[in-house]
Design a protein around this ligand. Structure first.
Ligand SMILES: Nc1ncnc2c1ncn2[C@@H]1O[C@H](COP(=O)(O)OP(=O)(O)OP(=O)(O)O)[C@@H](O)[C@H]1O
Ligand SMILES: [Mg+2]
Length: 229
């Protein structure tokens, strides 16, 4: 699903990523852990074409990304197949939960309004929020907003979902709600990459854990091996 080879990126003379090799197979959940500033977000953003890189290659959901700027139409296809969930939710504040989820299917995929809403309500139900369909993001808790963001990512039926610290803006109870949703998606075979500081999240969702330090992969393996100690 994702094959990263020799990925290298410098920023202002500082190495952000150094010769990173990573493979994510379909149905696998990869957790990326490591200290602040180690390049976790940069790796995720290079993988879905939000940032350019200097050397190496990325193959994601059948799309091939090369160093340097990439054609906009390629990037559109990559982002359609690779959903993204951010720490700060990034929901549209002026749209209800259901409209947040239905927007991309309508606008990007050209789905009829009623069909998009019907599917959006089904997705909100899947993340435990069917009764909040009409709510604006500002009236929801952080955990609820993040679950809407996950439903929104699911709406495009992505081949892979990339999460950047999905629980780090949340208190423990809300983190747990979001973790349950991610565990449920993992059980359903959804391919995911989860950047997280939360080792419990990594332990409970990941099939492989990658530790990144100063832009290099320092450890890679099953959660029990990499997260021990
Ligand atoms: N927009 C930017 N411009 C310049 N340098 C940046 C930028 N974003 C990140 N960096 C630098 O690149 C390196 C990797 O940053 P990155 O955000 O990928 O780390 P991270 O592992 O996600 O950290 P955190 O856990 O704090 O989110 C760091 O040295 C950081 O300071
Ligand atoms: Mg980060």
């Amino acid at each position: 699903m994702i094959a990263v080879t020799g990925l290298t990126k410098a920023r202002g003379g500082v190495t952000a990523l150094a010769d990173v090799d990573l493979e994510v197979r379909p149905g696998e959940v990869t957790a990326i852990v490591g200290p602040s500033g180690s390049g976790k977000s940069t790796l995720l953003r290079c993988v879905n074409g939000l940032e350019t890189f200097d050397a190496g290659s990325v193959c994601i959901a059948g799309h091939q990304l090369a160093p340097g700027p990439q054609p906009p139409r390629l990037l559109e296809r990559v982002r359609r197949d690779a959903g993204m969930v951010f720490q700060q939710f990034n929901l549209f504040a002026n749209l209800s939960a259901v409209d947040n989820v239905a927007l991309a299917p309508r606008v990007v995929a050209g789905m009829a309004t009623e069909e998009a809403r019907r599917r959006a309500i089904g997705l909100l139900d899947r993340v435990g929020l069917a009764s909040f369909a009409a709510a604006r993001p500002g009236t929801l808790s952080g955990g609820q907003q993040q679950r809407v963001a996950i439903a929104r990512a699911l709406a495009m039926e992505p081949k892979v979902i990339l999460f950047d610290e999905p629980t780090s803006a949340l208190d423990p109870a809300m983190s747990e709600e979001v973790l349950e949703v991610i565990v449920d998606l993992a059980r359903g075979g959804q391919t995911m990459v989860v950047v997280t500081h939360d080792h419990a999240l990594a332990r409970r969702t990941a099939t492989q854990v990658v530790e990144l330090i100063a832009g290099r992969i320092t450890r890679l393996g099953p959660p029990a091996a990499v997260l021990a100690g």
